[in-house]
Design a protein around this ligand. Structure first.
Ligand code: UDP
Ligand code: MG
Length: 329
């Protein structure tokens, strides 16, 4: 059985078309399959459309989150719900093309326990993002304490063993492409061209992207901390040299005053930047200590046909009023 996990936030223009495309791609794979749509608190008609799709197609599973939790919260809820022997993660806006799915499955059948879809090119409209994304991957690869493959987002296939391992990890500030590399297992790669979003606006704000990039850096590198330590040592030495040279010089009071002001600003700036970097790490430590879940699931709707074939028990249309914690393995 293959599960495809798709986070959905206000994608009413796309969900129906997307499901058709996924159905076309999976029809002939010769395995059972399900598509787990995680409705991440959509405020448009996405959820109604998903329910209609489910009434027509028993392959559709809907995970309804309690509110909008963001991309990674939705993905984690999907990972915890998917029941397949292999789970594919992809976005629901056609940027990860459904035609690539059979190739991922082929590579899994060929022995890959984690099959990563790597982007050979990007077709996005936004020039800024087209430049920033590859740059981010390269900076991360340079500073990461553990090698993380370049140009790979969430689009990938994970074998059940890898899914269980990742579900069992309690990390709250998850950077999935990093964790996926970190867990090890037999890796395979499939190359594809990243498309532009087919319709609608991008749903992730620039700020949430920055937070995600910071998650990536802080969870896979201590170098920013070490760098601020080096910078602090350097400015300490500079201050020492300045004091010595001022003691030796015979210049006027103004120069001395300016020198002091410049030094205060310089050292103050360095300290604030260092505290900011420290704060990024400390804030995340606080998140981990509070141990709040990544997202909360209100309901999981499975079609009754699917329930009969899968469990052979319960004929219920859905599992109401249960609060699942995404972190549950
Ligand atoms: N998404 C989500 N929750 C959010 C924002 C986005 O589940 O808060 C979904 C969205 O519906 C899409 C995927 O995550 O399927 C990627 O979002 P988007 O295309 O906006 O991100 P981008 O591709 O621009 O990085
Ligand atoms: Mg997108």
């Amino acid at each position: 059985m293959i599960s495809v996990v798709v986070p959905i936030y206000n994608e009413e223009e796309l969900v129906v078309r997307f499901h058709e495309a996924v159905t076309n791609a999976l029809e002939n794979i010769g395995s059972e399959w399900e598509v787990v749509y995680v409705n991440d608190g959509s405020t448009d008609s996405s959820l109604e459309l998903l329910k209609q799709m489910q009434s027509l197609d028993s392959h559709v599973v809907i995970v309804e989150l309690s509110r909008n939790w963001g991309h990674m919260g939705a993905i984690s809820a999907g990972l915890a719900t998917a029941s397949g022997d292999a789970v594919i993660l992809m976005d629901g806006d056609f940027q990860d093309p459904p035609e690539v799915l059979p190739q991922l499955i082929e590579a899994w059948r060929g022995g890959g326990e984690i099959v990563v879809a790597v982007r050979t090119s990007r077709q996005e409209q936004s020039k800024v993002l087209r430049t920033l994304f590859p740059l981010f991957y390269r900076v991360l690869a340079t500073i990461a304490d553990y090698p993380i493959p370049l140009d790979a987002g969430i689009f990938s296939l994970l074998d059940r063993r890898a899914v269980d391992t990742i579900n069992a990890m309690g990390e709250k500030n998850r950077y999935l492409p990093g964790l996926r590399a970190w867990v090890g297992y037999r890796n395979s790669v499939v190359y594809y061209e990243r498309q532009d979003r087919l319709a609608g606006d991008r749903k992730l704000s620039f700020l949430s992207r920055i937070k995600y990039a910071m998650d990536a850096v802080t969870s896979f590198s201590y170098k920013p901390l070490r760098f601020t330590f080096a910078l602090g040592s350097f400015s300490g030495c500079m201050a020492f040299v300045l004091v010595i040279s001022m003691l030796l010089s015979k210049s006027s009071m103004t120069t001395v005053g300016l020198g002091i002001a410049a030094t205060v600003f310089f050292v103050g700036g360095l300290m604030l930047v260092s505290m900011g970097v420290l704060g990024e790490y400390l804030g995340r430590v606080y998140d981990e200590v509070r141990s709040r879940p990544l997202s909360i699931i209100n309901n999981v709707h499975r079609s009754s046909a699917m329930l009969i074939t899968q469990a052979g028990n319960d004929m219920g249309q859905e599992e109401p009023e249960k609060i699942f914690r995404t972190e549950a393995a």
